[in-house]
Design a binder for this molecule. Structure first.
Ligand SMILES: [Zn+2]
Length: 88
């Protein structure tokens, strides 16, 4: 199995997501939130996810993060894929 590249920022943001979600869960359990309070928490969670996705897709000078779990189809491969599948 190939050694996966590590990305410090990716590790850091994953850790932040875990603590953001844990914190939100703790708050939700500790009191009855109003709809807007709950929406606010959810917004915070989504912001972290957005940040993660943005980094995975284009976080390295516009290039995908090499430490991501899934292969990201490059522009050239995507063009090839579209070309090969458009004639069907
Ligand atoms: Zn990265």
């Amino acid at each position: 199995m190939a050694t996966r590249l590590r990305c410090e920022f990716l590790d850091q943001i994953r850790q932040e997501i875990v603590s953001t979600f844990q914190e939100a869960r703790k708050i939700r359990r500790s009191k009855d939130l109003s709809f807007s309070e709950d929406a606010e928490l959810t917004r915070g969670e989504h912001k972290k996810i957005d940040e993660l996705v943005r980094h995975l897709l284009a976080g390295h000078d516009g290039e995908p993060c090499p430490a991501g779990d899934r292969p990201i189809v490059s522009g050239a491969k995507r063009a090839e894929f579209i070309h090969n599948n458009s004639a069907a």
